[in-house]
Design a protein around this ligand. Structure first.
Ligand code: ADP
Length: 466
């Protein structure tokens, strides 16, 4: 498994969560899976007990790297770390052509490392543009038949980030799509969407060419890390049977964020990178209108500077109702998942999205744009944009909904959906409670999806490389 990120060692976003969790589920199914990752300056050598296993492995004339080993915490899954000055700085990404060079180096070094320790995998599973080069390297047989029987699976986590284009005029993402034996993306809906002009990010045609080799497998979440019953990062642990304890987390969160402490005011949370993809522009536009109602809003995230400034500004205007936490903070993230009533994820597009699944596990009701993985994971209470209330008689047993969705990516739709949710929160607590329970009962673990990956691996292992 090759990737630029792997939680908890090196994380920027959802890619890290996937690479930190899927291997565990695959190992449980009997797969001998090993991860390769650049040894970034930010990875804590002591904490992860990183050992050098091979020094100065030659990569080209004069250039060499060291190979270190640690294990995915709590598992026996090896994580091989490629140590070279390219990765000495703390940042995972440095931007531009520099990254093209750094990650091309990583790909080559990872393959050479496998040979150096005589590990001949059936499959190399590459993730996103940073590791797209492996397929080409294998095709060009850089290691004289060592990988003769090795096949490649390329997972697209986000088609929007294709990597810098080199002299060939093709992005690493495009090359990965063309050169890998099979391709998948992280939800069935996104796998269909990317074949269209709207979502194809300019690669629609290439993807259509490979349509029969393209699959959609939903991401899962690490249900050991994201478990309200055992989570040490939250103030009060809770489960379906002790849902009132969730309120204690809300009060603690309100206090921590200097919001008015009131268990009855609905608290809307967001945890996200601050980019247009995540629908932040819509949120900034509707906030003044939304905050006219009795509700509170907290956002945790970093990203585009103008969004950061807008959010800080709004928090200044509405200090009792709004908190803008412009930073990356794992603990606060858990506390927001646990303490919010509503989790907002109005992404313009979303390959899979993890936030909504984590939120549901913590009894926080998601409101999402019905796109990509958001559409695949949130069962809406409304049909055709109109809320469907359960019949007065017959109770709530028939309600399978876990949240709210909206179809058109517009401020009017977002505010309408938020109002529907707030209305039910205030007027129909029993129904609200049912939404929470349904979300908490939903199986978002990796078990099902890991089986689907294994099926793809098996399918691949039988393919002859052309
Ligand atoms: P993406 O991969 O596009 O960033 P996902 O929803 O798939 O979006 O995954 C985002 C992951 O990163 C989630 O685990 C979320 O909780 C976490 N995250 C995002 N921003 C922050 C932040 N500022 N602090 C802590 N965790 C964050």
């Amino acid at each position: 498994m090759l990737a630029a990120e792997c939680a908890p060692l090196a994380k920027v976003g959802g890619l890290a969560d996937v690479v930190g969790a899927l291997p565990k589920a695959l190992a449980n199914l009997g797969v001998d899976i090993r991860i390769a990752l650049p040894f970034y300056g930010s990875i804590d050598k002591k904490l992860y007990k990183c050992k050098i296993i091979k020094n100065s492995i030659k990569i080209s004339a004069g250039d060499a790297f060291s190979l270190c080993l640690t294990y995915l915490p709590g598992t026996k899954i090896p994580v091989y770390l490629i140590k070279h000055k390219y990765f000495a700085k703390k940042e995972i990404y440095q931007g531009g052509l520099k990254d093209l060079k750094r990650f091309a180096f990583f790909n080559q070094a990872a393959l050479i490392s496998a040979q150096a320790i005589n590990f001949k995998p059936n499959i190399i599973h590459a993730n996103d543009w940073h590791t797209a080069k492996t397929a080409e390297l294998l095709k060009n047989n850089i290691l004289e038949n060592f990988f003769k029987n090795t096949k490649t699976l390329f997972t697209i986590h986000n088609l929007a980030s294709q990597g810098p284009t080199d002299k060939s005029g093709k992005s690493p993402m495009a090359q990965g799509i063309l050169n890998s034996n099979l391709i998948n993306t992280v939800s069935p809906t996104y796998a269909r969407e990317i074949l269209t002009r709207t979502y194809g990010q300019g690669l629609g045609k290439i993807l259509i060419k490979r349509k029969k080799d393209l699959f959609g497998i939903l991401n899962g979440i690490d249900t050991d890390i994201f478990n309200p019953a055992t989570d040490n990062l939250i103030k009060h642990k809770f489960s379906i049977n002790s849902l009132p304890d969730k309120i204690k987390n809300k009060l603690a969160l309100q206090k921590k964020l200097n919001l008015k402490q009131d268990k009855n005011i609905p608290l809307i949370g967001m945890i996200t990178r601050l980019y247009k993809q995540k629908g932040i522009n819509l949120v900034i536009k509707i906030l003044p209108a939304l905050l006219k109602q009795s509700c509170q809003f907290v956002i945790l995230g970093t990203g585009q500077k103008n969004y950061e400034q807008n959010l800080k500004h709004l928090a200044k205007i509405y200090p009792k109702q709004t908190s803008a936490q412009i930073k990356f903070d794992e603990q606060l993230a858990h506390q927001i998942y646990a303490g919010s009533d509503i989790f907002l994820m109005p992404s313009l597009f979303e390959p899979c999205g993890l936030g909504q699944m984590i939120a549901m596990r913590y009894g926080t009701v998601p409101i999402v744009h019905a796109t990509g993985g958001l559409a695949d994971t949130v069962t809406p209470l409304q049909k055709g944009g109109r809320e469907i209330l359960p019949p007065d008689k017959g109770g709530l047993r028939g309600v399978s909904a876990t949240g709210f969705t909206f179809k058109k990516h517009r401020t009017t739709e977002l505010i309408k959906t938020l109002n529907q949710a707030l209305h039910i929160y205030y007027q129909n607590p029993r129904l609200w409670h049912q939404l929470q329970i349904n979300g908490m009962k939903k199986d978002s673990s990796w078990n099902n999806s890991a089986r689907k990956y294994l099926k793809l691996y098996k399918k691949l292992a039988k393919i002859n490389i052309a």
